[in-house]
Design a protein around this ligand. Sequence first.
Ligand code: FAD
Ligand code: NAP
Ligand code: SF4
Length: 672
Amino acid sequence: MTGYPHLFRPIDLGPFALPNRIVMGSMHTGLEETGDCPRLAAFYAERARAGCALIVTGGLAPNLEGAVLPGAAGLATDADIAPHRTVTEAVHAAGARIVAQILHAGRYALGPDCVAPSAVKAPIAPHTPIALDAAGIEKQIADIAAAAARARAAGYDGVEIMGSEGYLLNQFLAPRTNRRTDAWGGPWENRARLPLEVVRRTREAIGQDALLIYRISLLDLVEGGQTWDECVRLARAVAEAGADVLTTGIGWHEARVPTIATSVPRAAFAWVTKKLMGAVNVPLVASNRINTPETAERLLATGHADLVSMARPFLADAAFVEKARTGRAHLIAPCIACNQACLDHTFELKVATCLVNPRASHETEIPLDPAPNRRRIAIAGAGPAGLAAALTAAGRGHAVTLFEAAGEIGGQLRMARRIPGKEEFIGLVDYYKAALAEARIELRLNHAATPEDLAPYDEIVLATGVTPRCAGLAGEDLPHVRTYPDILLRDAPVGDRVAIVGAGGIGFDMAEFLSHQGPSPTLDPALWRHEWGVTDPADAPGGLRPGGPCPPPSPRAITLLQRKPSRPGRSLGRTTGWIKRLTLAARGVAFRPAAAYAAITPEGLELATDAGPELVPADTVLICAGQEPNRTLLPALEALGRTPHLIGGADVAAELDAKRAIDQGTRLAARL
Ligand code: FAD
Ligand code: NAP
Ligand code: SF4
């Protein structure tokens, strides 16, 4: 008996039925381009075996000009068919359905021969697109339909037509990008002609027994976006033209409103899908920041959608569906929406994986077989590195003892979870607690391991993390100087004027923490919408209130400093750094690159400039100058003749993040 009755209610989609209401949404992993089809098949099959009933692939290009980047995977020629059979056969053998997403990037394509309704360059793309002529438009439609037919030939159960996120079909629909004056531009009927023709011809190409999903943009979140009336008309017309299901797309990629980052409230956009419920006669799928079975169940129970789409949660835990179905939801490794190992990797042209689950996309490389010999393993430090190592080692059958000096597990995650907008870290620590209990790991809290504690074990792992680095400035011992653990772990008081030394990830987070007042918008969707200028699309086209974000000003005067002359925040994640920079700037936080620190004085932070000394007045000077490895146990262990394994910050502190810590812990324990 499941605790999620709406989630596990079967649904008939037309061509076939599903046993539950969960769709694994489209995600490009980068495996598509490796040519290693067995690895891609293993990735999908692991999720299918664990109860995921319907999978949508990453976007596949219908032709060269529509590929997101040159060399991107596609279904552009008949030669593309055979490799996909490895994937579809593996998923079908595991008892699930899989549909291919056909994605034509239009002006978002990175190649110089990209095409679009009009020659209007996207702010996030390098080339001005070629405006399609009538023959060119006909070619795009024919290519999309042909790609859909190839998807069927490859064994896919249907296709999803990507019509949102600002890609080609969306570009035809919105006046922002469609400036045409011929039969494909101007009034809605003309702008909608290409998407509707694509759906009609795709249905012809795939037959009636295949599933046709259309991903519709219900909230463009850009100026010159669609009106709500246009969205409703399109939804009805698309269903009429042959779509079985509509999935909801939110926000163009060039939108300056976050749509899936961790600071976005859970299910923040499901209200838009709900607005469409009842207006069309096909099932609707809600998406964006749905990462727990509770959230999904609530949306279905309250009539927000007929199904829910989750993508990144299936990177974090392949067994999401099975754990939810069998009453083990507390053991689902949560997607914290950080983007660090998935979307950021995609933008760096690396294979997408997951911060929480480094096995994602690496299933064949990190198999986690049972250990040939059961060993006694001691791990010092229950931060992300130690936790990942402990759970992986115990999962393989080793006897693990985990020492933690603090009264709670989590290491620095205990600090990260206090930052407004990073509340998902609370769930991550809770998950680790539940998983440790389930794995029967011996956990010794409030126990700073000594060399004598560790020496008797077969294997010793030092995951003792880091210590904050001193900046080495004169005056650093003054009473108004703080470290970030002083504030986040010990609630040390902070004055009204703050100078932050160091504008790395932690400096930015501390600026967020100290410039914030009141409840976290991440926990209050209405407040979040207000602050980001998101409004009902019935009131403003695209759902964007003019004026941009309007967070309340900082209650403190904050200066964020670094020595480098580069733009502060450059080291932040590609897909999330802009959100942090925009928010802090809107709150009035001052950025100060190229700072030459002279000394900390009772009045503040003194800088050396060409014009002489300059004071940044401050009641509190906060040091966020990076970190050093904590390896205090190492010499004594070596003196005892032991060679411990070093992971996470205890190994290398520079550029350490939870992604590397968890990856290193997992990979070490997979080898022990
Ligand atoms: P730690 O997390 O430092 O854990 C080490 C643990 O060892 C601690 O619990 C400590 O008490 C324990 N310990 C030390 N000595 C002993 C001993 N002798 N015996 C037993 N236990 C001992 N990273 C990201 O990837 N994304 C983020 O968004 C992010 N945000 C952050 C925000 C803040 C405010 C902070 C402070 C950090 C953030 N980080 C983030 C960084 C991330 O938390 C660290 O990189 C990660 O926690 C390092 O993991 P670790 O296991 O190596 O060390
Ligand atoms: P960091 O990102 O390496 O930044 C350290 C900052 O301190 C830099 O701005 C650096 O800039 C400055 N600095 C270094 N040595 C200094 C010195 N001796 N004196 C004065 N300033 C000095 O480290 P962090 O901010 O401590 O973060 C630690 C890790 O946590 C990072 O690797 C980061 O990836 C991770 N993290 C990630 C997130 C996230 O959202 N993804 C959030 C928080 C933390 P200058 O040298 O130019 O002065
Ligand atoms: Fe979710 Fe972060 Fe993992 Fe991506 S890397 S799937 S956002 S937890």
